[in-house]
Design a protein around this ligand. Structure first.
Ligand SMILES: C[S@@+](CC[C@H](N)C(=O)[O-])C[C@H]1O[C@@H](n2cnc3c(N)ncnc32)[C@H](O)[C@@H]1O
Length: 258
C-alpha cells in the first residue's frame, strides 16, 4: 500500500473532521487541561492542531495560543471554528512538527493530541518540543496507542491503520512514549493507563478517511482475520449488519522540561 502525506490526507478530510472526532473531545481534552495547570500568562503551542480542538479549548485559560499544522485545509476549518467561538487570542500557522518555526524557549506549554502517529520522526518532534519550551515548561500529549508488550496486537493495529489511512506512521505503546520522552530530555510526571474509550464502527471509520474499494476490502479482511489478542484488546465485535464495532486505546502523558 503506497504512503500518502499527512498534508494530502487531511486536506481531503478537513471538511468532515470535526464530526468524526467530537467523541474524543471531552475525555482527552479534560485530562490535558487538568494536567496543564494553565496560568493567565501561559504561551501555548498546539502542534498538529487540525481544526483547532485543543488550541481553542486552552485559549480561555492562557495568554495566547499558536496552532500549527501541515494541512491548510484543516487550518481553514480551525479559523472558522475560532470565528464561531469568538476567540481572539489564537493564531494559526502552517508548518511541520519535526521543524517548528519558532525560536528556542518561546512557549510555556506545548500540546499535541491525536497526531504523533502521523509524524515521520518522534525523536525529531520531541527534540523540537524541548527546544521551543521554556525551562520548566509543560508538554501535554494524547494519542491513540497500542498496548505494552503485545507485539502481535501492535503489528496488527498499525497495519490496519496504515491500510485505512496511508498517512499513518505508527501508534506507540505507553512504555515507548515514556522512553521516547525521557530520551528527549523531558521528565515524565504523569502517564495515563491506556483506556479503550474511542468507540467506532468500521464502515463509518473507513468512509471518513475516504477509504473505499480494494483498500476498504483489505481493511475488512484484516478485521475478519484479527488475532484473538487484538479482538480482546480492542473489543472487536462483528455486527448482524456485517459491520464491526471496536474501540481504539488512548494514551496521555505530561512531561516537563528541566
Ligand atoms: C487526527 S488530526 C488531530 C488534530 C487535532 N490535534 C485534534 O486534536 O483534533 C491530525 C493532524 O495532524 C496533522 N499532521 C500530521 N502530520 C503532521 C506533521 N508532521 N506536522 C504537523 N502537523 C501534522 C494533520 O494535518 C492533522 O490535522
Amino acid at each position: 500500500m503506497p504512503t500518502r502525506s499527512a498534508q494530502e490526507q487531511f486536506d481531503r478530510q478537513a471538511s468532515h473532521y470535526n464530526a468524526q472526532w467530537n467523541s474524543w473531545t471531552g475525555i482527552a481534552l479534560n485530562w490535558l487541561l487538568e494536567q496543564a495547570e494553565c496560568q493567565p500568562d501561559d504561551l501555548v503551542l498546539d502542534v498538529a492542531t487540525g481544526t483547532g480542538f485543543t488550541a481553542l479549548a486552552f485559549a480561555p485559560f492562557v495568554q495566547s495560543v499558536v496552532g500549527i499544522d501541515v494541512s491548510t485545509g484543516m487550518l481553514e476549518q480551525a479559523r472558522q471554528q475560532q470565528v464561531a467561538q469568538h476567540v481572539d487570542n489564537v493564531t494559526w500557522q502552517q508548518g511541520a512538527a519535526e521543524a517548528l518555526p519558532f525560536a528556542d524557549e518561546t512557549f510555556s506549554i506545548v500540546t499535541c493530541r491525536i497526531a504523533p502517529h502521523h509524524f515521520q520522526s518522534i525523536p525529531q518532534f520531541l527534540s523540537e518540543v524541548k527546544r521551543v519550551l521554556r525551562p520548566h515548561g509543560r508538554f501535554l500529549l494524547a494519542d491513540t496507542c497500542v498496548p505494552d508488550e503485545e507485539p502481535e496486537v501492535n503489528e496488527w493495529q498499525n497495519r490496519v491503520e496504515a491500510l485505512r489511512d496511508p498517512s499513518h506512521m505508527r501508534n506507540l505503546a505507553p512504555q515507548e512514549w515514556q522512553e521516547a520522552l525521557e530520551a528527549a530530555g523531558l521528565h515524565v510526571t504523569a502517564l495515563c493507563e491506556p483506556t479503550s474509550d474511542i468507540a467506532m464502527h468500521l464502515n463509518d471509520w473507513m468512509t471518513k478517511a475516504g477509504c473505499t474499494g480494494d483498500q476498504a476490502e483489505a481493511v475488512r479482511a484484516a478485521f475478519a482475520a484479527a488475532p484473538a489478542a487484538a479482538v480482546r484488546t480492542f473489543h472487536i465485535r462483528e455486527l448482524p449488519t456485517g459491520d464491526y464495532a471496536f474501540a481504539w486505546q488512548r494514551v496521555a502523558a505530561k512531561a516537563i522540561k528541566p
